[in-house]
Write a protein that binds this ligand. Structure first.
Ligand code: BGC
Length: 796
């Protein structure tokens, strides 16, 4: 960031909370998340290379995905052309002025669209062959910039200009590559789209750089990589297949030994059709996760290796690295299940320029009973910037649980008898032969349609925790003496209990900074009189979404490609300073759903097809956000893998896939990041809306994982009666599951409703209804959270 910008920033924001360091870190991360997919030596460029830049996105860059996850008022935006000129690079003036002139014409301008009506791309400038020819005579290299953007409530569709390139873009590639000897293609994608065209232009594209959406510093960051001021070290967080049809959710895996055994039949009762590419509305509402655990590289490497265009973890550098084994040891714990595999590798920069190297530890799991992927990511780390000849040791530690498989028959994570081989990417490190099965963790059968939920809930109803010692009237007393919290909760009236388990009712609460996402806690006069403060929430994962200036940092999808945990944590600790400045208590992020389907509009917010990469990156974000006392709110738990019908569809997921993939990312994030708040998803999982899902939020989250924080809904929820307790509905049904707070208040998905809707207290303590003890339990969760925040953070 230039000093000039830094000054503007401070002036615009009225303070030093948006400062130079945030911009610098954003730039560093945006550059580190760029993935270099092809390079014949054309990159890095020299500063005196003259670039002819084609494609409107060189000016109309997409900085973030659409919707709550990207809607940040950044104090400035650096597009690619500005980035190149800030770097002192040279641009062909004739081509640039043609693009400037054309993109500024009223009929060609990009527009600010209504919610969900955003454009995945804008029409390209029709390219004049003569202009291309003339410019080739005056430039050393061509650069083609192609952009795509999707977002919340806006999936990609299988159309030109959306998931596919459009004819004008292909025409641009044709015309440019026909004339130029060297063509660099820069991809400004919010998340992956079709890449089949790359094969068509094989040999004609000299360098292909996947730059994603890098936030306000995008152009500077990409220029850093183009000129080699930053050596690319990004690695793909997803597999790129040859074609959309190759994705596993389109294909029931068929293995050499026969048909992939699908143990999840129970989940698919509602299935109507088996033709995923010819889906009906019914199919859209009942999405069968028939690929099981075989998501992303787990599928491709085992069943369809020939369909991989760029593998998971792929990414080129301007230098070379050698990875060597230093040590490998298995420390069996006192109990076998506590065993840990310890490995050290040495990474040497054997090339001629400085660079960083991310190393992935993969495990090839043994055992024959449960079908396994070829390999799974078990750990990863990244070196510092290594000078040529310099080396660094990286240490890894993999607990058995990380490489165990979920055995549905015994509802446990197991290490199957057999050989487990460990590799640092392609470097063999060692192996362990397990002579018998080891049960690493026993679980409770949960979130499945055949669970007797009614009895489980009744058997585990909470007892009232009200204790003797008298009523505690003020929350201030509790702050000074936390042991009084149960008594304080016991003293709340039913109306107060009702109000504490929902938000104020609308977004942009009067208690918080303009543009906030809503408030909960002290949101009625009576609660406020008791000294309970309002808790202010704000989106989101790419920076604060307020009617105020805030830093727009790179999207999660890009951050995942950095494979850099420390950098991600540091970056989010800068967002923490902005939260403090604007008095925001809860940041509604990070998003960490699994990239199952590339069409999902929110893949830009989410990290990866792999649960470990997703979970550890999210944990890093959480630690950064919470570093100054405020709270993160990882979302959306679980299976928000498409935006279309997000508040209607039912994810039919087998138990093994739930455990190894869709819950694993959250489990890791919670264990490593310790978020204080979590957000449920809109969709159903195995027939149940997440916000009513007792097994998800009580059986698994709190009992099995020991989470003791708060759970809030995504914004509004679907109205429904409980099938197990037909007298209970909506807020009672939700609170019974320990989804503690309905945000931002109101009931149904599209109701902006203030006040109580009456559904929580209906028939309280009567047969078949919610108990007061359950409501108090959620009130306790809310107030315990506020108590912690009160101590560590500012609250209004
Ligand atoms: C989104 C959430 C977001 C919330 C508040 C919802 O529609 O799904 O991710 O945090 O709105 O803006």
């Amino acid at each position: 960031m230039t000093n000039d910008l830094s000054q503007k920033l401070t002036a615009a924001s009225g303070g030093s909370h948006l400062n130079f360091e945030t911009g610098e870190l954003s730039r560093e991360a945006a550059a580190e998340g760029c993935v270099l997919l092809i390079n014949d030596g054309t990159l890095p460029l020299k500063k005196d290379d003259v670039i002819s830049a084609f494609g409107r996105c060189q000016l109309d860059w997409f900085y973030a995905g659409y919707g709550s996850g990207g809607d940040v008022n950044a104090p400035y935006y650096v597009n690619l052309i500005d980035g190149i000129s800030n770097a002192g690079g040279r641009i062909n003036a004739e081509v640039l002025s043609a693009y400037r002139e054309w993109t500024l014409r009223p009929e060609n301008k990009t527009e600010k669209c209504e919610w969900g009506q955003w454009k995945e791309s804008y029409p390209e400038m029709p390219l004049d062959k003569e202009l291309v020819r003339r410019s080739s005579a005056e430039s050393s290299v061509a650069m083609v910039v192609i952009g795509r953007c999707c977002g919340e409530d806006k999936d990609f569709s299988l159309k030109n200009g959306s998931y596919y390139l459009n004819n004008e873009e292909l025409d641009m590639l044709d015309k440019v590559t026909a004339v130029f000897d060297k063509t660099i293609v820069v991809l400004n994608f919010s998340s992956l789209i079709d890449m089949s065209w790359v094969e068509k232009y094989k040999g004609k594209i000299s360098a292909l750089l996947l730059a994603f959406c890098g936030g306000m510093e995008s152009g500077n960051a990409v220029a850093d990589v183009l000129y080699g001021d930053v050596n690319p070290s990004g690695r793909l967080s997803d597999t790129i297949p040859r074609n959309f049809e190759d994705y596993p959710f389109n294909n029931k895996p068929v293995c050499a030994a026969g048909v992939f055994e699908d143990n999840n039949k129970d989940c698919y009762k509602a299935e109507k059709s088996n033709l995923p590419l010819n889906r009906t509305y019914e199919d859209d509402l009942n999405i069968k996760y028939h690929e099981g655990i075989f998501v992303g590289y787990r599928y491709f490497e085992k069943f369809a290796a020939d369909k991989i265009l760029f593998s998971f973890g792929f990414g080129l550098s301007y230098t070379k690295f050698k990875t060597e084994k230093v040590s490998f040891a298995y420390n069996a714990g006192t109990e076998e299940k506590d065993g840990v595999v310890k490995m050290s590798v040495s990474v040497i920069n054997s090339g001629s320029c400085a660079g960083k190297k991310a190393v992935g530890i993969f495990c090839r799991q043994g055992g024959k009973r449960l079908l396994k992927p070829e390999r799974v990511l078990a750990a990863f780390s990244k070196t510092k910037l290594l000078a040529p000849g310099e080396r660094e040791m990286l240490d890894f530690s993999v607990p058995l649980e990380m490489i165990a498989s979920f055995d549905e028959k015994i509802c446990s994570f197991v290490i199957e008898k057999g050989k487990y081989v460990f590799e640092a990417d392609e470097t063999y490190l060692g192996e362990i032969e397990f002579s018998q099965d080891i049960v690493v963790k026993k679980c409770i059968h949960a979130c499945m349609p055949d669970v007797d939920l009614k009895n489980r809930i009744l058997e585990n109803l909470p007892k009232d925790e009200a204790i003797s010692g008298g009523e505690v009237k003020s929350f201030g007393e509790v702050i000074n003496n936390p042991s009084l919290l149960h008594n304080f909760v016991a003293g709340l009236s039913d109306n107060e209990l009702e109000a504490i388990t929902r938000g104020q009712g609308m977004m942009d609460s009067c208690y918080g900074e303009s543009g906030n996402a809503g408030a909960f806690g002290g949101i009625t006069d009576s609660l406020r009189k008791k000294g309970i403060p309002a808790v202010i929430t704000s989106d989101g994962p790419s920076g604060l979404r307020l009617n105020r200036y805030a830093s727009l940092i790179p999207e999660g999808n890009l951050l995942a490609c950095t494979w850099n945990i420390l950098l991600t944590e540091k970056l989010y600790s800068r967002i923490a300073t902005e939260m403090k400045h604007y008095k925001i208590d809860v940041l509604l992020g990070p998003g960490l759903n699994i990239h199952r389907n590339p069409l999902c509009g929110r893949n830009f917010e989410y990290y990866s097809e792999d649960p470990l990469l997703s979970g550890l990156m999210a944990a890093a974000a959480v630690r950064g956000i919470q570093s100054l006392g405020a709270s993160a709110c990882p979302k959306h738990m679980i299976c928000n893998n498409l935006e279309k019908n997000r508040n209607l569809y039912n994810a039919n997921v087998g138990e093994r896939a739930l455990r190894e993939i869709y819950l694993k990312n959250f489990e890791i994030c919670i264990r490593e990041g310790k978020p204080k708040v979590l957000m449920s998803s809109y969709n159903k999982v195995n027939g149940l809306y997440s916000h009513y899902n007792y097994d998800l939020f009580t059986t698994i989250l709190r009992k099995e994982w020991g989470y003791d924080g708060l759970v809030i809904t995504d914004w509004w929820m679907k109205s429904a009666y409980s099938p197990e307790f037909p007298l209970m509905r909506d807020n009672a049904y939700r609170v019974r599951a320990q989804v503690d707070v309905l945000m931002p208040g109101g009931t149904s998905y599209d109701t902006d409703f203030e006040g109580s809707d009456g559904t929580l207290l209906e028939g309280i303590d009567e047969e078949g209804h919610i108990t007061r003890a359950e409501i108090r339990r959620s009130a306790y969760n809310v107030l315990k959270f506020i108590m912690g925040s009160f101590k560590e953070n500012r609250l209004t």
